[in-house]
Design a protein. Structure first.
Length: 90
C-alpha cells in the first residue's frame, strides 16, 4: 500500500517506512556517516563554480520543457547548450 508520497517518482510504501523507522531506532554509525563526504560529486579535477541566473517563469518553463524533451537535467541542458554555442562561434 502506498502513502501517496514518492521518491524519484516511485511510490513510498508502508513497508519502506517501517524499515526506515526500524533502522533509525537501531541507531546509526555516526563515524560512517561522516566519512561519506559532503555535497554533490565533482564534475572533474577542478572544483565547479555555481553561477546564478535570473529567468522569468516563462523562460524557466521553456528551459525545463526543452531539457525534458532532451531527457536531460536543467543543468545538463544548459551546459550542453553553452558548449554547442561555443563550438559554432569559435
Amino acid at each position: 500500500m502506498s502513502t501517496g508520497e514518492t521518491i524519484n517518482g516511485q511510490p513510498v510504501t508502508q513497508g519502506q517506512i517501517a524499515e526506515w523507522a526500524a533502522e533509525a531506532e537501531a541507531g546509526y554509525d555516526v563515524e560512517a556517516l561522516k566519512r561519506r563526504g559532503r555535497g554533490r560529486p565533482g564534475r572533474g579535477a577542478e572544483p565547479s563554480q555555481v553561477v546564478a541566473l535570473r529567468l522569468t517563469s516563462e523562460e524557466l518553463a521553456e528551459l525545463d520543457a526543452l531539457a525534458a524533451r532532451a531527457h536531460k537535467t536543467r543543468s545538463e541542458f544548459i551546459r550542453d547548450a553553452l558548449a554547442a554555442y561555443a563550438a559554432v562561434t569559435n
